[in-house]
Design a protein around this ligand. Structure first.
Ligand code: FES
Length: 120
């Protein structure tokens, strides 16, 4: 049976980061936002060390960047596009090729009436 659409977040509530955490969804906590004008919803936990992706930001390249070590994810495919940076940068490629194999889950969403909705 199809679930009814669920309102996730108002576009006005996204702020400059372009993304937020929505805890109460049928799929648990999701990172929900806009990238290039397109809505997205992905699992909230970074594949590196579990950083809360909804507290990150949408980067200039349209990827979702983790707030902890700046790994980046393609929000359409859920794939890690860049491994963690900072102290982890020397091993970013290894992290990306190992932990990055487990893509983020992506969920179908749409914008309607100024809100992002999870499709049923
Ligand atoms: S926890 Fe996300 S990059 Fe490290």
């Amino acid at each position: 049976m199809r679930e009814a659409p669920t309102a996730l977040v108002s576009l006005d509530a996204l702020g400059a980061s372009g993304v937020t955490v929505v805890n109460e969804t049928p799929h648990g906590a999701l990172a929900v936002g806009l990238s290039g004008g397109e809505p997205f919803a992905v699992s909230n936990r970074c594949r590196h060390l579990g950083g809360p992706l909804g507290k990150g930001h949408v980067a200039d390249d349209g990827c979702l960047e983790c707030p902890w070590h700046s790994a980046r994810y393609d929000i359409v495919t859920g794939k890690m596009k860049r491994g963690p940076q900072g102290a982890f940068k020397p091993v970013a490629g290894v992290v990306k090729s190992t932990l990055g194999k487990r893509d983020l889950k992506t969920y179908p969403v749409e914008v309607r009436d100024g809100q992002i909705w999870l499709k049923g």
